[in-house]
Design a protein around this ligand. Structure first.
Ligand code: BGC
Length: 517
């Protein structure tokens, strides 16, 4: 079935094609890989605050929490052991993304998704049945391995499958699934916190999204780019015609073949990444996930109930507020799906940055005003509702900017031969800083108090300036022609020589949609 017809034009070529049911289904199934990541982000915070879970596995933490009668709002919930349990998953994901990098390159994108799904499935079962801390940690490590494989391969898969004009929309399906996973986890925790064995259901249900991506990946075709790279040109042609809904694919096929010829020349993805022509995407791919985590979003995702408790909400109201931010997170992601290919990545990055900054400063000022540096005080209902409103506006801004773009942009800016390694860098940096934030946030809150909001605000300012000067617009540019965008950039252009370019026509890229700042 073909929907609206699309013609992508860059470098003087036209790529005909339409939005086919085939590409829609393939991307839908692949993006379900985001569910496992999202479910995990959402589930751990709630489970580790359930009394039955704490008293069974972390009795010392449980006793300490019960004995704590301090009134300092900033320092109530500090427990390194518990945060280490939560964030250990991110270290496992980091390590496994390096293994995933070779599998994704040499065996295809779909097999990494499969390995991710099945490992996560086993981890979920072990966690749901856990009778001791060992099972809990083992399960958690397997979940991390699953996330590492899925996050390494799914964004690449989506970016390569999509026609250039819809790449943003289809890739953000991954982030949409992440947000749906987080919301589902928040809701499940909300219900399960009322039962003694609730934590088992919360942890075990992670098996559901894992099952979907495991079975789904078996039914998916691999991307034309990966098939050509692995020497299956005929199959690639067949899949390309299917996903584009037309037989008129020769131009695009030629670009993919040219990219694959370049790809054969390299010995090691990692060595090649240090070549000057890879400097621009490499620097952007290190900084984008670093900045994404320094927005402070996971403070909300991991600790929303704690944070809402801090500003004076009761247990139920805190969990409920976490559900509200979860809903906003999903809805605002849909906004970016609608606009990302029309207005581009840069405008979303810039608007989102400004909106987050304003909200962070306002929340810092309001909390500082109420609790001062002593951390003692009380908030009126209307005052705390106003703060919740600002937190929601902050989550919305993240959800249509750094959230989805943190996965989209790194997956679309590398040349084919090192795209897989590039995505590993993205996952590794992201997981490392997710780990750090998860680990140090509560201690930071205790020491920096309301200044923490200004700390993250300062980073948001820096990242917004970085985007303005150093990240070119990539909307609508065919993925194998991205080198032309770098070549035309005021700063990065010097790293790309004419002999690096084997696709398109560099002069022709000087058009509005690939014009660089
Ligand atoms: C980030 C996660 C974050 C989530 C929130 C993702 O893009 O990588 O760290 O928790 O967005 O929706």
């Amino acid at each position: 079935m073909a929907g609206g017809s699309i013609v992508t034009q860059v470098g003087g070529k036209e790529y005909p094609g339409s939005f086919t049911l085939f590409v829609a289904m393939a991307c839908l199934v692949a993006s379900s890989g985001g569910l496992i990541f999202g479910y995990d982000i959402g589930i751990s915070g709630g489970v580790t605050s359930m009394d039955s879970f704490l008293s069974k596995f972390f009795p010392s933490v449980y006793r300490k929490a019960k004995e704590d009668v301090s009134t300092n709002q900033y320092c109530k919930f500090d427990s390194q052991l518990l945060t280490l349990f939560t964030s250990s998953l991110y270290l496992a994901a980091l390590a496994s993304s390096f293994v995933a990098s070779s599998l994704t390159r040499t065996s295809g994108r779909k097999w990494s998704m499969f390995v991710g799904g099945i490992t996560f499935l086993i981890g979920a079962v072990i966690n749901g049945l856990a009778i001791n801390v060992f099972m809990l940690i083992l399960g958690r490590i397997l979940l991390g391995v699953g996330v590492g494989f899925a996050n390494q391969s799914v964004p690449l898969y989506l970016s390569e499958m999509a026609p250039a004009k819809l790449r943003g929309m289809l890739n953000i399906g991954f982030q949409l699934m992440i947000t749906i996973g987080i919301l589902a986890a928040n809701l499940i925790n909300f219900v399960m916190s009322k039962y003694e064995w609730g934590w088992r259901v919360s942890l075990g249900l992670a098996g559901v999204p894992a099952f979907i991506i495991t079975i789904g990946s078996l039914c998916l075709p691999d991307t034309p780019n990966s098939l050509i790279e692995r020497g299956h040109a005929e199959k690639a042609k067949e899949i390309l015609a299917k996903v584009r809904g037309t037989k008129d694919i020769q131009d695009e096929f030629n670009d993919l073949t040219a990219a694959s010829e370049d790809s054969k020349l390299i010995k090691s993805q990692w060595k090649d990444m240090l070549e000057p022509k890879c400097r621009p995407p490499l620097v952007v791919t290190i900084l984008v996930p670093f900045f994404q985590q320094l927005t402070g979003i996971n403070v909300i995702m991991f600790y929303a109930p704690v944070l809402f408790k801090t500003i004076g909400f009761g247990d139920d109201a805190s969990l409920m507020s976490a559900v509200i931010t979860g809903v906003i997170n999903v809805l605002a992601t849909v906004v970016s799906i609608i606009v990302v290919d029309k207005y581009g990545r840069r405008i979303l990055f810039l608007e989102g940055g400004v909106q987050m900054l304003i909200c962070q400063i306002a929340v810092g000022v309001l909390i500082g005003h109420a609790f001062g540096t002593s951390g003692v005080g009380e908030l009126s209902k209307s005052y705390s509702m106003f703060i919740v409103g600002l937190i929601c506006a902050y989550v919305a801004a993240f959800a249509w900017s750094w959230g989805p773009l943190g996965w989209l942009v790194p997956s679309e800016i590398f040349p084919l031969e090192i795209r897989s390694a590039g995505q590993t860098v993205n996952v590794a940096v992201n997981m490392f800083f997710t780990f750090i934030i998860g680990q140090v946030f509560l201690t930071m809150l205790c020491h920096m108090k309301f200044g923490l909001f200004f700390f993250f605000g300062g980073w948001v300012l820096i990242m917004t300036i970085f985007i303005f000067f150093f990240v070119p617009e990539t909307k609508n540019v065919p993925i194998e022609e991205m080198i032309l965008v770098w070549k035309n950039h005021w700063f990065w252009g010097k790293y790309i020589s004419e002999s690096d370019i084997h696709v398109g026509n560099v002069e022709m890229t000087k058009k509005p949609h690939v014009k660089t700042p």
